[in-house]
Design a protein around this ligand. Structure first.
Ligand code: GUN
Ligand code: FE
Length: 456
């Protein structure tokens, strides 16, 4: 007998490779006590019928209703949880002014733990309702409020990777919002890491501390060096922003006479569990360094349209062996949905390939071989995110976590244009990728636990 706590019968979509989506039609999924997929049985398998008969009346048996589909949960590689409070506003300024005018003031408010509790409860609920089962979060400089975010993820069942943000340079950050000094920043980070590790010991789906220098411009050398050492000492994930905009990229070049990638590497901040947001201005050697160290890119296409001054050459970076996943970058990106970010990935890549300045002749306008398909964007939102974090997530496959969303394309209030019951399932998949709204997400499961049910 298969050791299982729950069984699903349904049709699932998952990435077979970055370009290929696999359909698992009417498969049986056995999920163990630990929330991992223990066994997947296809209808062609000789024991399928017997297993179905044995388990179909079992209380642990879940049949995905006809016409609904299993998708892997999304992995959002870049979310500023406190910025949820200003999402959908404040997008009229370039990065530097945006930070100082809108973002530092809103993040400063998280010294108030009641405010933090309110916003963080809501952002975790919202992301779960959007199918995001794992999120890599920036919190704020405040260690208490950052721990509250980790606790909320733990309690609500989302796999949260959470960073207390470090920004200690008194010349670059406002006095009302920064770490007191580098020593305090490092001590607070270490305390935070230990507290989250303790919380993790009683959290089924996992909760992880993340070493989080905001970006090089906000940190002193002492803090960057100390953070690299802390990440090594506690074997944590690392996140930051890297070569995001003309301004941010130039700032680092002037300070260190090298690009972000090499500067971060000098401080021990590029490794297998590092995820760097944006990276639009990576040069060839930077990309090779990313590939060599196992550092991943969090691609945030909605945000990049506002702050990036360009489009990430994603296809080229992938061809160089760099791991890439998707990020919403709330609130630089206004949407909490990775469906929206997957769509924007495709759109931006098409504009990169063709170019946008019609004053130029077509052959001079764009960057060839840049287009990304919707299948590839799905990979980035799921399996690519899992690989970037070095976690067994993002695929509906044996030994991966049962992190899924159940999509209902036939909801009365949000029906997708499917008219033929025998429509090719890969066309149905594409319609879901392009047209699904949060309403179509009926249920969300993380590590074998139901964490969200859509209210009718
Ligand atoms: N660079 C430094 N801080 C931020 C931030 O909050 N959002 C974005 N998009 N870029 C940053
Ligand atoms: Fe960001």
């Amino acid at each position: 007998m298969i050791n299982r706590t729950i069984i699903f019968l349904g049709t699932a979509f998952t990435s077979a490779s970055p370009k290929v989506v696999k359909v698992l039609k009417d498969h049986l999924f056995f999920i163990g006590n630990d929330g991992l997929i223990e066994k997947i049985v296809s209808p062609d398998s000789p024991d399928y019928q017997a297993l179905l008969e044995t388990y179909q009346n079992d209380p642990s048996f879940h049949k995905v209703p006809e016409g609904q589909f299993l998708f892997p949960g999304f992995v959002d590689l870049h979310v500023h949880a406190p910025q949820w409070a200003q999402s959908g506003t404040a997008l009229d300024l370039p990065l530097y002014e945006w930070l100082n005018t809108y973002t530092f003031p809103i993040e400063a408010k998280f010294s108030d733990t009641n405010f933090a509790q309110t916003v963080y409860e809501e952002v975790v609920n919202t992301l779960l309702a959007n199918g995001t089962t794992t999120a890599l979060y920036f919190a704020t400089v405040h260690k208490e409020a950052s721990l509250i975010l980790a606790e909320i993820c733990a309690r609500k069942g989302q796999r949260g990777l959470v960073g207390k943000v470090v920004m200690d340079d008194s010349k670059q950050n406002p006095d009302y919002y920064r770490d007191y000094d580098s020593k305090t920043a490092l001590a607070d980070t270490e305390e935070f890491i230990l507290a989250v590790k303790k919380l993790a010991s009683s959290t089924k789906q996992g909760v992880y501390p993340v070493v989080t220098p905001r970006f090089i411009p906000s940190c002193t050398d002492d803090a960057l060096k100390g953070l690299g050492e802390l990440a090594k000492k506690y074997d944590t994930h690392i996140q930051s922003h890297c070569s995001e905009s003309d301004w941010a990229h130039q700032f680092v070049k002037e300070r260190f006479d090298k690009n972000d990638a090499f500067a971060l590497h000098d401080f021990g901040l590029l490794q297998e569990k590092s995820v760097m947001a944006h990276c639009i201005f990576l040069e060839e050697e930077d990309a090779e360094l990313f590939a060599r160290t196992g550092t991943a890119i969090s691609h945030c296409p909605v945000s990049n349209a506002y702050f990036g001054n360009g489009v990430l050459p994603l296809a080229h970076l992938q061809s160089k062996g760099v791991e890439i996943g998707l990020g919403s970058d709330i609130s630089g990106g206004f949407s909490p949905s990775l469906f929206d970010n997957a769509r924007q990935t495709v759109i931006s890549s098409r504009m990169l390939e063709d170019g946008v300045n019609t004053a130029l002749p077509p052959e001079k306008r764009g960057r060839e071989n840049s287009r990304i398909t919707i299948n590839e964007a799905f990979y980035l939102a799921t399996a690519g995110g899992g690989e970037s974090l070095s976690l067994p997530i993002g695929r509906i496959e044996e030994n991966y976590a049962w992190d899924v969303q159940i999509i209902d394309p036939f909801l009365m209030s949000a029906k997708l244009p499917i008219f033929d019951e025998s429509e090719n399932l890969l066309d149905v998949f594409q319609k879901i990728m392009y047209l699904a709204s949060p309403e179509n997400i009926r249920e969300v499961w993380v590590q074998g636990e139901r964490v969200h049910t859509r209210l009718d």
